[in-house]
Design a protein around this ligand. Structure first.
Ligand code: NDP
Length: 276
């Protein structure tokens, strides 16, 4: 029987641990959350992040800016928050309107307040094995594996996807945990054959139910990062869950797998930004 990795439960445990730590060590931190425009998905994510702050006992300050906000105005706000001692973490909800250069905005956030772990300095630190802020989704996946008792060391780990926020940091983290790592992308040849070698397969391809049992080695651990809404309104991942389930030793469901971990790890980064 496959183990269903319960991200909801593990993320709740992490938030409870943080809540206790914040209270016990009198941690004072405020997260600044900036949203430009009112994309409905972004509104849900921002709302959940603010709720998580409240739950663990740290502050959050909201900046809801209109769609017409200019790049200069946004950069000015980031500068002000960088200089504000009360603000320990700055989060700019992506995607930004097309008129604003996302890279420029991310690069402007002080690396000391980069709780999303997207700043080049944070990525560089991860790459050379120095302590720093790590992108929340891949950090959450490592936590899921560890807390589920799944060893990484010495195992064949394959990541499908090489985005800056999921695929690349995921590969670096698996490597840092002594996995033998392969990264696949849209130009990869023989994707099925490569995936079939994996003991741990992390799927961040962004294509609903693309990964079927044909890609899976018997007994593999499958981590599904994808999140999509089907025409019938149900959520699904990048993995064809029903098809793959009989062949795996452990798997994350969608919803309730990787998704809840992203916010829990954001809270870990906020507490870290406060100096703890
Ligand atoms: P991107 O679209 O940025 O990256 C997708 C990656 O998959 C790219 O590297 C692309 O390759 C690769 N790819 C696309 N098609 C194929 C193919 N046919 N074969 C092999 N590789 C392919 O997505 P993200 O990394 O941002 O996100 C991935 C998924 O995870 C999405 O479904 C997203 O919604 C979800 N997500 C979930 C989060 C959560 O909290 N649960 C957080 C972030 C993302 P190439 O580089 O060559 O184009």
């Amino acid at each position: 029987m496959a183990k269903i990795i319960d991200g909801k439960l593990i993320s709740a445990q992490i938030k409870d641990e943080l809540k206790e730590k914040v209270a016990k060590e009198h941690i004072k931190a405020t997260l600044a959350v900036i949203q430009v425009g009112n994309d409905p998905a972004s509104c849900v994510y921002v709302g959940n992040k603010k709720k998580a702050c409240e739950y663990i006992g740290i502050g959050s300050r909201s900046y809801e800016l209109p769609e017409e906000t200019t790049e200069e105005e946004l950069l000015d706000l980031v500068d002000r928050l960088n200089a504000d001692d009360e603000i320990k973490g700055i989060l700019v909800q992506l995607p930004l309107p097309k008129t604003i250069d996302e890279k420029k905005v991310i690069n402007r956030i002080s690396p000391d307040k980069d709780v999303d772990g997207f700043h080049p300095q944070s990525v560089g630190r991860l790459c050379i094995g120095e302590d720093g802020f790590v992108s929340c989704t891949p950090a959450g996946i490592i936590e899921l594996l560890k807390r589920s008792g799944i060893p990484i060391e010495g195992r064949e780990c394959t990541v499908i996807g090489r985005s800056n926020i999921v695929g690349k940091p995921m590969a670096l983290l698996l490597l840092a945990n002594n996995g033998t790592v392969t990264v696949c992308h849209s130009r990869t040849k023989d994707l099925k054959e490569i995936c079939k070698r994996a003991d741990i397969l992390v799927v961040a391809v962004g294509k609903p139910k693309m990964i079927t049992s044909e890609y899976i080695k018997e007994g593999a651990v499958v981590i599904d990062v994808g999140i999509h809404r089907t025409e019938s309104g149900k959520l699904c991942g990048d993995v064809d869950y029903e098809d793959v389930l009989p062949h795996v030793s452990a798997i994350t469901p969608v919803p309730g797998g990787v998704g809840p971990m992203t916010i829990a790890m954001l809270m870990v980064n906020c507490v870290k930004a406060a100096g703890f």
